[in-house]
Design a protein around this ligand. Structure first.
Ligand SMILES: Cc1cc2nc3c(=O)[nH]c(=O)nc-3n(C[C@H](O)[C@H](O)[C@H](O)COP(=O)(O)OP(=O)(O)OC[C@H]3O[C@@H](n4cnc5c(N)ncnc54)[C@H](O)[C@@H]3O)c2cc1C
Length: 384
């Protein structure tokens, strides 16, 4: 009989006392309720398109999102493990719980705007991020999208590319430069006049629409500009990704752990039915190696998550490093595991084929790896 909470049962609970003893019975109960609601919703949703299905799941899971009670590091750990659970079932589920990029609004908006968006996000609305431009996403400081002052606030003009959740987002946090050359983050409702969306066809992560966001003289009221004490929008981007990147790693590792479980159970069924006479040593080695790598990366990911929640001075470096390490470990593990089940893993409807393509997208999304590692190296060699 299949358990309704396989990620929790096979990967999270067995480590509870050693790896996350600080999580209470309440945290684990919340995770179990979440995974049970997720498996039930996936089995019963009648939505037809992938995006409708994901939005239906997001709405259905909203009441099951673990509440951020108690110690912030424990709440962040629970959120990361919730991400691992979603990833286990499908990497496209990466946005089905939590505020996602909406976190920037919740942290940096005026109280009035935050109240409006907190209600929308809590009932399932999605927020996208629009930072990347044609010159390269790894060079945020060179963006050319402009915010210009106007009698009733600001006007926004520019073009953003490779934007995920393009059609499904209720709003985007758009990064642009003001007349002083400072980066600002503006909240732009998706239906605003002057916003046009041009979808592209991705080779993975196709659950949400993805493509170009054109902004032509879009009205932005002053209260839609996110703020920090020193008025630095680049800081909003960096602080956000210090929290977001460990979550990306947790979700990617969940996907690879789900594939590990799928391959393991497929092999067990094949040997039990004598379709395979035995498992070769190379198969056993790959199962052992990937199991160890994924667990080790998950433990490091939880450490990165906790450093962020504790406002550690090491958090930013760990977040950048762990996004690379977690996603690459997940991607490599799925590459190694797929051949163990033969050509069935190459079918378009196979979870292994989908996971490989989806994890390929995460090698770029949320920070391209050579640029992240280069900046980690720069931090490590900075004498200050
Ligand atoms: C599936 C997916 C989803 C995404 N979702 C979003 C989203 O929602 N919102 C968003 O804003 N973006 C999104 N992106 C874009 C993503 O953030 C960028 O792909 C990433 O930041 C890297 O930017 P780039 O692709 O333009 O590559 P580049 O920055 O052009 O980098 C490509 C290569 O060029 C090198 N390079 C860069 N600059 C220089 C230089 N000056 N000299 C020499 N070499 C250089 C880099 O090191 C790298 O090796 C998404 C991408 C993907 C694939």
């Amino acid at each position: 009989m299949t358990t309704p909470a396989p990620a929790l049962t096979h990967w999270i609970e067995p480590l509870h006392h050693a790896a996350w003893p600080f999580l209470t019975h309440r945290h684990l109960t919340e995770l179990r309720r979440l995974e049970t609601a997720l498996t039930t919703t996936l089995a019963t949703t009648t939505a037809t398109t992938p995006a409708e299905r994901l939005l239906a799941v997001r709405t259905a899971l909203a009441p099951y999102t673990p509440s951020p009670h108690g110690d912030p590091a424990n709440a962040a750990t629970t959120a990361a493990l919730a991400g691992f659970i979603c990833g286990w079932h499908d990497l496209d589920l990466r946005d089905t719980i939590g505020p996602g990029h909406g976190r920037m609004i919740l942290r940096h908006a005026t109280p009035a705007l935050r109240t409006i968006w907190a209600a929308r996000i809590n009932s399932g609305a999605l927020v996208g991020i629009a930072a990347t431009e044609r010159h390269g996403g790894s060079r945020l400081t060179e963006i050319t999208t402009r915010l210009t002052p106007h009698a009733d606030g600001w006007r926004l003009t520019g073009e953003k590319c490779w934007v995920s959740r393009l059609k499904e987002s209720a709003a985007f946090v758009v990064f642009a430069k003001d007349p002083n050359g400072r980066i600002q983050a503006a909240v732009v409702p998706a239906e605003s006049d002057g916003v046009t969306r041009f979808p592209e066809t991705p080779s993975g992560l196709a659950g949400w629409a993805w493509g170009t966001l054109q902004l032509q003289d879009v009205k932005v009221p002053e209260e839609n500009i996110l703020t920090t004490p020193d008025g630095d929008g680049e800081r909003i981007f960096r602080d956000h990704f210090t929290a977001f990147r460990p979550l990306v790693s947790a979700i990617a590792l969940g996907t690879a752990a789900g594939i590990h479980h799928h391959v393991l159970t497929t092999l067990q069924a094949r040997t039990q039915t004598r379709l395979l006479p035995r498992l070769r040593d190379t198969t056993l080695t790959t199962l052992g190696h990937t199991h160890t790598s994924l667990h080790a990366a998950l433990l490091a990911t939880i450490t990165a998550t906790r450093l962020t929640a504790q406002h550690s001075t090491h958090a930013d470096l760990w977040a950048r490093a762990i996004k690379v390490h977690g996603v690459e470990t997940a991607h490599r593990s799925v590459q190694e595991l797929t051949p163990l089940i033969g050509a069935s893993g190459f079918r378009a409807d196979s979870p292994t084929g989908k996971a490989r393509a989806d994890l390929g997208g995460l090698l770029y999304a949320d920070g391209i790896h050579d640029a992240l590692l280069r900046s980690v190296g720069r931090t490590l060699t900075d004498p200050n």
